[in-house]
Write a protein that binds this ligand. Structure first.
Ligand SMILES: Nc1nc2c(c(=O)[nH]1)N[C@H]1C(S)=C(S)[C@@H](COP(=O)(O)O)O[C@H]1N2
Ligand SMILES: [Mo]
Length: 458
């Protein structure tokens, strides 16, 4: 018998979706003060404040007696004429979904230009992030650049490495042979606030510097070959952005030679969004987000890494012995349960679909184990298709909640055999004062009250 035959559990899935800015601020303030049940109280206040029509629309219960007015009274949409085609030349989400938004962590940064917005992972289905909800990380704000004026220069550190330095317009790049591939992008700082202890309430903030799209573009290899690159001499590539941050990152040439690195202009079937680097960005599968240079204006090939500011003093790993580790750019295997997750409310015992995301910068995810008792016992989750390399993989597992406290975790294993570490294992190597590359197993505590909390097991 399937677990789905157990009494149905009900869940309030997306706390942020019901909260206005003030409510979110309050959740952070009360969370930091260590107050219990702060999400429930902020949530109750928001619902009482009637600022949340969407919340109500999604929880209109079926009456037990007297018939259901939702069926008995024909609504306007069943009796009247709807709106015409192309009312919106570019369609938008339903008005009932207005609270589904990428959000900032109040107090994390001084400005919004050098900051980050987090994708609402708790509310997303499947593996693709809608372009308008893609997380953002800008060092100097975003721009909407005129593609007719954008140029990509390709040059070598010396003439021997690249025979013909060239400048490309967008039209010239877009006429070259293109490929489309699904890949995740994760900021190296994702989950970085959690190295020492729990700091954020929900999965949107703990793991939301993560998104996944179908990207379209020209393999960088094709363009370098056009320019007469000498792969024997030129072993490194520099990518440089056109925004004020002049984001510059070194990549090893092997990645380019594999054909994986793309000069991308497409995202989910249309041009990149301005926030994500329109009209041109690097796609560097498996590598931390910072190397996916947006507003890409220049590629240089050379014979050694450039040690730019963005790789010498930022995006490095502080080790417990006080030394820094550089160029640790692959995003190792990681996973997170998005339902149930921090801030959500389980309203009853019964059947729930545990759902989450797994990914690896080294290839495909081969297995995800899920525990509901803090890692004592594990069951393998169903991996939903497609399972693609360096891409998010959706996993699901049936669960009947007995109403007792439960510690929900997921642990992913990739095709290289690498196992996602527990905090204890990761801290033994990396200490607690790092920022980047935290891929530890996440724990959500489902309390008897049904409120789900972010916790860490020592
Ligand atoms: N030109 C430019 N490229 C950039 C950045 C930037 O600020 N400027 N930020 C980098 C960082 S740190 C990350 S995590 C990713 C974020 O990409 P997204 O904003 O599309 O999510 O872009 C990278 N590329
Ligand atoms: Mo980043």
């Amino acid at each position: 018998m399937s677990d789905a035959n157990a009494p149905a559990g009900r869940i309030v899935k997306a706390p942020e979706s019901f909260l206005a800015k003030d409510g979110i601020r309050r959740v952070f303030v009360e969370g930091r003060a260590g107050r219990r049940d702060f999400i429930r109280s902020a949530f109750a206040a928001a619902v009482a404040g009637a600022a949340v029509p969407a919340a109500r629309a999604q929880s209109n219960p079926v009456p037990t007696e007297g018939g259901d007015a939702n069926i008995l009274n024909l609504p306007a949409h069943s009796t009247g004429l709807g709106q015409g085609v192309a009312t919106d030349g570019y369609g938008k989400p339903s008005k009932f979904e207005v609270n589904l938004q990428r959000r900032i962590n109040p107090g994390l940064t001084q400005t919004t230009q050098s900051s980050v917005s987090f994708a609402p992972l708790q509310s997303l289905f499947g593996i693709v992030t809608p372009s308008g909800l893609h997380f953002e990380r800008h060092h100097q704000g975003w721009w909407d650049i005129d593609p007719s004026k954008h140029r990509l220069m390709v040059n070598g550190s010396d003439a021997k490495m690249l025979k013909t330095p060239m400048v490309f317009t967008m039209d010239e790049l877009m006429r070259l042979p293109a490929v489309s591939r699904f890949h995740f992008i994760e900021c190296g700082a994702n989950t970085g606030m959690e190295w020492g202890h729990v700091t954020v309430p929900t999965v949107q903030y703990s793991h939301g510097m993560l998104s996944c799209s179908e990207f379209t573009g020209v393999p960088l290899k094709v363009v370098l070959e056009l320019c007469g690159v000498d792969f024997k001499r030129a072993r490194y590539v520099l990518g440089e952005g056109a925004d004020g941050s002049s984001m510059t990152r070194t990549l090893p040439m092997e990645m380019v030679e594999r054909g994986e690195v793309l000069l991308a202009y497409g995202q989910n079937g249309e041009m990149l969004r301005p926030e994500n680097g329109y009209p041109l960005r690097l796609v560097v599968p498996g590598v931390q987000g910072v190397s996916w240079v947006k507003y890409l204006r220049r590629i240089e090939v050379g014979d050694k890494p450039w040690t730019t500011k963005d790789e010498a003093i930022h995006y490095i790993d502080l080790m417990p012995d006080g030394k820094h580790r550089q160029y640790s750019s692959i995003q190792e295997c990681k996973s997170v349960v998005t339902t149930p997750s921090g801030g959500q409310l389980l309203l009853d015992k019964g059947f729930y679909n545990i759902s989450g995301l797994a990914w690896s910068g080294r290839g495909k995810v081969s297995r995800v184990d899920v525990s509901v008792d803090g890692g004592r016992n594990w069951r393998s989750a169903r991996l939903e298709s497609p399972v693609l390399s360096k891409c998010l993989t959706r996993f699901n597992l049936d669960w009947v909640w007995d109403g007792k406290p439960a510690l929900v975790q997921s642990r992913a294993i990739d095709e290289t055999g690498y196992v996602q570490p527990a905090y204890r294992e990761l801290r033994a190597v990396r200490g607690t004062r790092s920022i980047y590359h935290n891929n530890a197993v996440q724990t959500w505590l489902v309390q008897e009250s049904g409120e789900v909390k972010n916790v860490q097991l020592s």
